[in-house]
Each structure stands twice: as structure tokens, then as C-alpha cells.
Design a protein. Structure first.
Length: 95
């Protein structure tokens, strides 16, 4: 995988994460959390290594939250994509 692709993916994941986390005490709508999980899951399907690297030390905590978000999703193609991305990141970054 080209280096520029890895850098771009890491930056994009960082942006999505910063946009979808409750950092200022403002509640994040469920739809934003779900769409963020779908976005990150689809990126992780293609590039699990840089997605996991972008999550860094908070990976295990993020994976727990990610599972909670996708549990409430309907069983459809999007949930499958998110789950496959989750498994890819976990395989790429065993802890």
C-alpha cells in the first residue's frame, strides 16, 4: 500500500473520530455515531493497518464503543461492512 494512502487514511480517521466523539460535553446524535462507525468500518475493510494506527493507544477502548454503536444498527449490509472492518483492525493490531 502506498505511503501517501496510509497517511491520508490516518488523517481521515482522525478527523472522523474527532468529529464523532463527545469531547466538549455536547451529546452526539445517534445517527452521527452510526454513520461514523460505518465510515470507519468501510475504511478499515480496505486498510485495517492505518485505521488501527490512527486509533493508537485508545484502540481497545474505541473497539468497545464501536461494538456498542453497531449493536443498535439493523442487520443489513452496512452492519456487515462495519463488522468486517472491526475484525480487520483487530487482526492487524492484536493486543
Amino acid at each position: 500500500m502506498p505511503v501517501y494512502y496510509i497517511c491520508f487514511t490516518s488523517r481521515l480517521v482522525g478527523y472522523v473520530l474527532s468529529s464523532s466523539t463527545d469531547s466538549v460535553g455536547v451529546p452526539i446524535p445517534e445517527s452521527v455515531r452510526t454513520n461514523s462507525a460505518i465510515t470507519i468500518g468501510r475504511m478499515a475493510m480496505v486498510a485495517p493497518q492505518p485505521v488501527g494506527a490512527a486509533l493508537g493507544q485508545g484502540l481497545s477502548n474505541f473497539l468497545k464503543k464501536w461494538c456498542l454503536v453497531i449493536m443498535s444498527m439493523p442487520d443489513d449490509e452496512e452492519k456487515v461492512d462495519v463488522s468486517l472492518g472491526l475484525v480487520g483492525v483487530a487482526k492487524a493490531h492484536p493486543q
